[in-house]
Design a protein around this ligand. Structure first.
Ligand code: GDP
Ligand code: MG
Length: 437
């Protein structure tokens, strides 16, 4: 189909092809749009695309990948490295290890506390204790107790007390008594950031000296997630981020923005309401997810296609006005060389593919032609009609060819011009080229 043909056309000559400025500028615009659609904030998207442009320019393209695929690979790597590059494990030092859970109401703190207890028990061979630090809603304690029972982890609660600091300290003492080597302290949230909440959680931090403070944030809240992440980090200087609700069609853009704004590792992602729906955060997987969301690969390819169509349209305009000159001829040759090997290119011309199947076309077939064009003066290139016999001789001498070859090229050029005028179609010109040396 057409897409396959275009894909083949964009294969760049081995060793010669590289991603050009124009190529990148066009695609980078599309990529930035896709990132913004995926909830990445503007500044992050811009920094990222600038970086990709830098890395992509001048990169050699292998015949086996299209520039689009190569760009996507560069982006994937760059995204992954922006999000931390590698997996960041929990610090499980201290006995017991104290892990403080912080975040807004409804972010998923209590759910994550249960999941984390489950994960540490099953995957890390730990003996965790959950502590119910949300003193404002009795239902919050029930919720944690139900989850604890589900995953088989004990829960410390004190319904008599309204002091989160005291409850946390009691929880740690309880853990020491019972031989629990990890204490997970679930805390109260608020609908929005307020001083009282920040003071309370800071006090718990000071008292319990946690090895890990995990900030839990709902990935569906988009830009708000970034603001909240910053506000909590300013006060708590937390050790890691947990992104919840990444199941369904939530985009992962928040992951990139948060990481770039607070520069703290994302350690876990929540992918559902069940206790098993917890994943360690893999930067490269998230990169693919973000890129896959806007189907960036096809965006990249479409952008390239549009670029080539734009050039072709400009050329057609020139042909119609009979203004086709040697500069256009030369840029056509360059375009063809850029697009891929001659045979692939010919294969794209309707009807010509089969006929040319067995014809060997040298990739350096254009060398003498280019030499001849380069030996013309700028004025001659723009006005091919003035190239008289004496001028042709001079050009032949300058290009290291002979008069016969220059005459041949002039004839081919004029034939081509005629045909192009007739069809106003660059494909017809390409067909003619099969008669070239
Ligand atoms: P908290 O107020 O921060 O403690 O939030 P909760 O743990 O009570 O969670 C709020 C709601 O979000 C509950 O209905 C949870 O079941 C739901 N929830 C939490 N994490 C996830 C997740 O990763 N995916 C989905 N789909 N729902 C989640
Ligand atoms: Mg809760």
């Amino acid at each position: 189909n057409l897409q396959d043909k275009l894909d083949r056309a964009f294969k760049v000559l081995k060793g010669q092809g590289s991603i050009s400025e124009i190529n990148v500028a066009e695609t980078v615009k599309e990529i930035r749009k896709a990132l913004l659609d995926a909830d990445v904030n503007y500044k992050t998207a811009k920094t990222f695309t600038d970086e990709v442009r830098e890395k992509a320019l001048g990169q050699n393209v292998l015949t086996s990948v299209s520039p689009g695929q190569l760009l996507t690979k560069i982006m994937n790597d760059e995204l992954a490295s922006l999000m931390g590059g590698t997996v960041t494990e929990l610090e499980l030092k201290g006995n017991p290890t104290v892990i403080l859970i912080a975040g807004l109401n409804g972010a998923g703190k209590t759910t994550f506390s249960g999941k984390l207890a489950n994960y540490l028990k099953d995957k890390k061979n730990k003996k965790p204790l959950l502590v119910a630090g949300d003193v404002y809603r009795p239902a919050a304690v029930d919720q944690l107790q139900i989850l604890g029972e589900q995953v088989g982890v004990p829960v410390y609660a004190n319904l008599e007390s309204k002091d989160p600091v005291a409850i946390a300290m009691e929880g740690i003492a309880e853990a020491k008594r019972n031989g629990n080597n990890v204490v997970i302290i679930d805390t109260a949230g608020r609908l929005a950031i307020d001083e009282a909440l920040m003071n309370e959680i800071s006090a718990v931090k000071v008292a319990t000296q946690p090895q890990e403070i995990l900030f839990v944030v709902d990935s569906m809240t988009g830009q708000d997630a970034v603001n909240t992440a910053k506000a909590f980090n300013d006060r708590l200087d937390y050790t890691g981020v947990v992104l919840t609700k990444l199941d369904g069609d939530t985009r992962g853009g928040a992951a990139l923005s948060i990481k770039s704004v607070v520069n703290k590792p994302i350690k876990f992602i929540g992918t559902g309401e069940k206790m098993e729906a917890l994943d360690v955060f893999y930067p490269d997987r998230m990169a693919s997810r973000i890129l896959g969301m806007g189907d960036v690969i096809s965006l990249v390819e479409r952008a390239q296609q549009q670029f080539d169509e734009k050039e072709a349209a400009e050329l057609q305009k020139k042909i119609r006005k009979n203004k086709f000159d040697f500069n256009d001829f030369q840029s056509q040759i360059q375009q063809i060389k850029k697009m891929g090997n001659m045979k692939d290119l010919m294969g794209m011309i309707p009807g010509a593919g089969k006929a040319l199947k067995d014809v060997e076309i040298e990739d350096d077939a254009f060398k003498p032609i280019e030499a001849i064009i380069q030996s013309m003066t700028p004025y001659e290139r723009e006005n091919p009609d003035i190239i008289s016999q004496p001028r042709r001789q001079r050009i032949a001498n300058g290009s290291g060819t002979d008069l016969q070859e220059v005459n041949k090229l002039m004839k081919q050029f004029n034939d081509m011009k005629k045909v192009m005028k007739q069809f106003s179609n660059p494909a017809a010109a390409a067909k003619l080229m099969k008669n070239m040396p």
